[in-house]
Design a protein. Structure first.
Length: 290
């Protein structure tokens, strides 16, 4: 891709200090500036939502999501909506003494092991893990800012803590959610799975609620608490994210993309696409086709 920028650590790591930095960022406007970098990055979504491009695939991010990017991966936030996030970036040298053990951790190891293929691991944290991750990242920011005695040692330990939180959440995402401390989590994963499999169909809130075994009203309240969106808002944004992928393919027309993501009327699809992403699907296709 011609518009990919490669970032090194010069603008992020202070000279002669430990190469670990945590920053907060706000993304509120559309951008097609994808980038790659020479360091590792873990991102935690604190507020808002965004479509995110990763190695030729686009997906939706919501509050509580965390994911890792290794050097060489191409990614970018294409159409954010009031998105506030934490960027935790580091050079692998800072964890070289623990690297082999970290590479054995599920989820985390897949990202840190360059001998394995690069894959997309997006983990949605439960409320307990969200607080742990959020507090850990804030502590990392504070340590670098204040530089009190032993700050580099503690910063390294906090980074390892964060990577362990990621791994444990990865395991928990794969486990049977029957044992979650927050019982509604298992229902939300059922709902998200149902939406992912049926987003192109005329799915209603009642349909999704029925698949979880909950009443529609109760399910809707829980879903909004879990994702920050109503069920129909979430479905709409999933469809838009899938449409973005389809429009990158030269042989797929706007009408075909609309049909494949569940819109019978291409005109209505175009209006919804522009309303969500701030650009018409035809213009997006012209400017971004592979």
């Amino acid at each position: 891709m011609d518009n990919v920028k490669c970032l090194d650590g010069k603008d992020y790591f202070e000279e002669d200090t430990i190469p670990v930095t945590v920053m907060t960022a706000e993304h509120r406007s559309a951008s097609k500036q994808y980038h790659t970098h020479l360091f590792y990055e873990f991102v935690y979504i604190d507020q808002g939502f965004s479509t995110h491009y990763f190695n030729r695939s686009t997906m939706l991010l919501t509050p509580g999501d965390v994911f890792g990017i290794r050097p060489g991966d191409i990614h970018g936030y294409t159409y954010p909506k009031d998105t506030v996030l934490f960027n935790c970036i580091f050079d692998v040298s800072v964890i070289e003494n623990e690297l082999e053990r970290l590479r054995k951790l599920p989820g985390t190891g897949q990202i840190l092991d360059d001998n394995k293929p690069s894959v997309w691991h997006r983990i949605h944290l439960d409320p307990i893990k969200r607080k742990q991750a959020h507090d850990c990242l804030l502590d990392m920011i504070l340590e670098r800012k204040e530089k009190a005695a032993g700050w580099e040692l503690r910063l390294k330990n906090l980074l390892i803590d964060f990577l362990v939180i990621f791994s444990r959440s990865f395991i928990k995402n794969d486990d049977d959610k029957e044992h979650s401390e927050y019982m509604y989590v298992k229902y939300m994963y059922k709902a998200l799975s149902m939406i992912e499999k049926n987003f192109c169909d005329p799915v209603t809130v009642d349909d999704i609620a029925e698949s979880t075994g909950l009443s529609s009203d109760y399910f809707s309240r829980m879903f909004k608490q879990f994702t920050g969106l109503t069920p129909m808002e979430y479905i709409k944004n999933v469809r838009m994210a899938k449409a973005v992928d389809l429009l990158l393919i030269p042989s797929v027309s706007v009408a075909e993309a609309a049909h494949k993501v569940g819109f019978e009327d291409p005109g209505y699809f175009a209006r919804q696409f522009k309303n969500s992403l701030g650009i018409s699907p035809s213009r997006y296709k012209r400017e971004n086709s592979i």
